[in-house]
Design a protein around this ligand. Structure first.
Ligand SMILES: [Zn+2]
Length: 330
């Protein structure tokens, strides 16, 4: 049994190895690109990610009276969606925000639960990543605008994710969405509840395809002995975690032993994966929310703004207004 510190270090090393392979893919793209402005773009991205890669450290904390945890420290953030370091920081921030929103929803409606719906489409060639994402997000938008669907929940948090599949000769991309739907017992009655087959049929019509897309739905089952709300928090995390799983980048050319040995082969990421993903994800909003989720965010943001304003104007008297201020020193 390895110690938590050792396991954390292994995970961290794997993440950095993936990052290194993605950086190499950026430079490979910059070399082969004929358009000088695109070549400069990929090279600049590569250098920015290299700074993230070189300056990131983790610290494993093992307190005597609590479970071990890790903290990550980096000198700067390039904020690229293909940078594993920045994605991990971003995932942590969004997780904190959405868990705070969930607590706010529970303050209003304590009986609210989450059912996690996964909508997906068939794999398409990697070169079609951008049009496939447009088709998919359009279909999800149409699906959640349906009256029948609106009736079945109180609000939804949608996170879109890519999965790279196929092999180097024939790389494919599959877009899917994790939707954390807020439900109460009132949603489980006939006329409001949607069975999985009905969901698949509706989503097929929204996708405008002639096959039944794969969809799954699962209500989080609270563990009566444990923290009954933890499964709902986990479902929320699942919806907003990342836009492309780190290991997904590598799957086009999977190394033999990804998870271990010191002599593991150097990870390889196809430059095409980086190119088509960068093009598809540019200026794309991948997390959206509706209903009770959106209402909670509005309240949360308004509260944050008020708190910020109060911090800016502290209760201590303005020196220019106070009695002690007797003019400028000249
Ligand atoms: Zn970065």
């Amino acid at each position: 049994m390895t110690s938590p510190a050792k396991r954390a270090a292994q995970r961290f090393r794997r993440m950095l190895d993936t990052d290194k392979a993605i950086i190499a893919a950026h430079f490979a793209l910059a070399r082969r690109e004929t358009d000088p402005s695109r070549a400069t773009f990929y090279a600049a991205r590569g250098y920015a990610m290299q700074t993230c890669y070189r300056t990131t450290r983790i610290v494993v904390h093992e307190p005597d009276d609590d479970a071990p945890y890790t903290t990550m420290h980096t000198a700067r953030q390039c904020r690229s969606r293909t940078c594993q370091v920045c994605q991990r920081i971003h995932a942590r921030q969004t997780r904190r925000l959405h868990h705070a929103l969930l607590e706010r929803i529970w303050r209003h409606t304590p009986e609210m639960r989450i059912s996690l719906l996964t909508l997906s489409m068939r794999n398409r060639p990697l070169a079609e990543a951008k049009p496939a994402l447009e088709d998919f997000t359009g279909a999800v938008r149409r699906y959640y605008a349906l009256k029948e669907v609106k009736r079945s929940h109180h609000g939804v948090l949608i996170g879109v994710e890519a999965a790279i599949r196929g092999d180097d000769a024939n790389p494919m991309i599959g877009w899917h969405a994790h939707c954390a739907q807020l439900i109460t017992d009132a949603c489980m009655v006939e006329g409001r509840y949607l069975a999985i087959m009905r969901i698949r049929e509706l989503f097929r019509d929204c996708l405008r395809v002639d096959y039944l897309p794969q969809c799954w739905i699962a209500a989080s089952k609270p563990d009566p002995d444990g923290d009954t709300r933890q499964p709902d928090r986990n479902s929320t995390t699942e919806a907003v975690k990342y836009c492309c799983k780190p290991v997904s980048y590598l799957s086009a050319n999977p190394p033999k032993d990804l998870f271990g040995a010191a002599d593991a082969p150097r990870f390889h990421v196809s430059p095409d994966v980086v190119r088509y993903l960068t093009e598809a994800l540019h200026n794309r909003q991948l997390v959206t929310m509706k209903g009770a989720w959106a209402k909670a965010r509005k309240e949360h943001c308004a509260e944050q703004r008020t708190a910020k304003r109060n911090r800016r104007s502290p209760s201590s008297p303005d020196p220019f207004q106070s009695d002690e201020f007797d003019g400028l020193p000249f």
